[in-house]
Design a protein around this ligand. Structure first.
Ligand code: SF4
Length: 277
């Protein structure tokens, strides 16, 4: 069996930056509070929790005078303001590309466009971006179905940073057919594009692809979808312990790709386990 690693793969710039900011703060402060999980990887969140990270659901759960952390996916301006009022210190780990998407939404909204976000309404990044819109906003999921009330209106379109390029391009093209004025910001980040491309290239050359990453990670989910779309047998796991011998049978070339929130140590664990097998 030969192992091939997608290149690039694993931690993206934004998540690596957020983790290192958080680790620096955890070395100084006994506890650091994060609104929601700071990274969409349960194993890495658990490691950081052992260092003093406390994940809470709302700003109300953050004690007065504490230190808080804003995750790479960002939060709404209202939540950021609440943290600022309560905390001694707020460490901002928001990825600069997510900040760009937030600013695009704000600009489109102030120019009077209905802000259309291509993405998953339940995802924290999308909820954060929606918070920057001061007016009408619509979220269109991967099914690409455009609500009737947007037809013929002025729409400003942007994307969740981790969306598939082809799906975003198809959505924009659908808007061209139904609106007389649209403005588009391509807010899909380069790290996402590069990881999607590397999976696509590798998946077409191997007998099986292992996609490593949190089940709550949108970008990992996209990588698994892309790999399956290529037509190769695809196994999506969170950690090396989930690999099974049955799936490996009759596969000689195995590709590995990891989501942008999968830490290096989980990738190394997986390679080690496969080598042992
Ligand atoms: S996937 Fe892109 S936008 Fe999201 S955290 Fe990583 S670098 Fe930033």
């Amino acid at each position: 069996m030969k192992i091939h690693i997608a290149d690039p793969t694993g931690l993206c710039f934004g998540v690596r930056r957020a983790i290192s900011k958080l680790e620096e703060e955890l070395a100084r402060s006994e506890q650091v509070y994060s609104l929601g999980s700071p990274i969409h990887n349960p194993q890495e969140t658990e490691r950081l929790s052992r260092m003093g990270l406390v994940v809470v659901e709302s700003a109300e759960d953050v004690p007065d005078g504490s230190v808080s952390f804003i995750r790479a996916h960002g939060i709404t301006p209202v939540q950021a303001e609440a943290l600022k009022k309560k905390c001694l210190k707020v460490v901002d780990g928001t990825c600069p590309f997510v900040k760009k998407a937030q600013k695009s939404a704000k600009d489109l909204s102030s120019e009077g466009y209905i802000v259309v976000i291509s993405g998953d309404r339940a995802h924290p990044e999308v909820r954060g971006i929606m918070g920057y819109v001061d007016g009408e906003v619509a979220v269109i999921s991967s099914d690409g179905v455009i609500p009737d009330n947007l037809k013929g209106r002025r729409c400003g379109i942007l994307s969740q940073t981790t969306q598939k390029v082809a799906a975003f391009a198809a959505l924009v093209s659908s808007f061209v057919k139904i609106c007389t004025e649209i403005k588009v910001y391509n807010t899909i980040c380069k790290a996402t594009l590069a990881r999607q491309d590397s999976v696509c290239r590798l998946a077409s050359k191997v007998d099986g692809m292992i996609i490593l990453g949190g089940r709550n990670s949108a970008n990992t989910k996209k990588l698994a979808e892309i790999s399956r779309d290529v037509g190769v047998s695809t196994l999506w796991i969170e950690h090396a312990g989930e690999i099974n011998r049955g799936w490996l049978q009759n596969k000689y070339d195995i590709g590995i790709a990891a989501g942008g929130s999968t830490p290096d140590w989980l990738i190394k664990d997986l390679i080690q386990k496969l080598n042992m097998m």
